[in-house]
Design a protein around this ligand. Sequence first.
Ligand SMILES: *[C@@H]1O[C@H](CO)[C@@H](O)[C@H](O)[C@H]1NC(C)=O
Length: 167
Amino acid sequence: MMKKMALVLIIAASVLMSCLNVCEAAVTEEPQVMHVGGKVLCQDCTKDYKEWVKGDKPINGSKVSITCMDERHRVVYYGSDGTDVKGQFELIVNKIRSNGKSFNAQDCLVRLISSPDATCNVFTNFGGGRTGVKLGRPSSVYRDLIKYTISPLYFTTPMCDEPHLKY
Ligand SMILES: *[C@@H]1O[C@H](CO)[C@@H](O)[C@H](O)[C@H]1NC(C)=O
């Protein structure tokens, strides 16, 4: 009985070990191209708080940028994308630079650039879009695709641009 148990444990351990090897390989051979997705929404402060936070509407055609730095904090990559009717954007970034080196996803910042909507074009930092959002953990890694999804970024209405509402 004990022998059988030990055998089962050894098999289980070896299965676990081979999984760990695969996981490690996936980390070292990290994909060179990353996709960063998110949404740009409009917040209307004239609504009550619940609606303000939940009832936000997407902004079509707003611009979002990504800036990435090397280990000496020099900007080595800049890219931008526009949002679709659902307010969604997807930045596609190649991490390999012309000198063959690559930068870390964690050294990139995503920022709001512009909103085409005159009724909703005041920058807010709700979600971090004004100062810039860092990328966290990838939301998915599949073969050569690594994807990051950031939380929504917000513009607000000029009417809501009161000093006490700034973050
Ligand atoms: C969304 O914006 C694009 C330009 O960025 C425009 O061509 C398109 O007509 C807009 N769609 C809607 C439904 O407003």
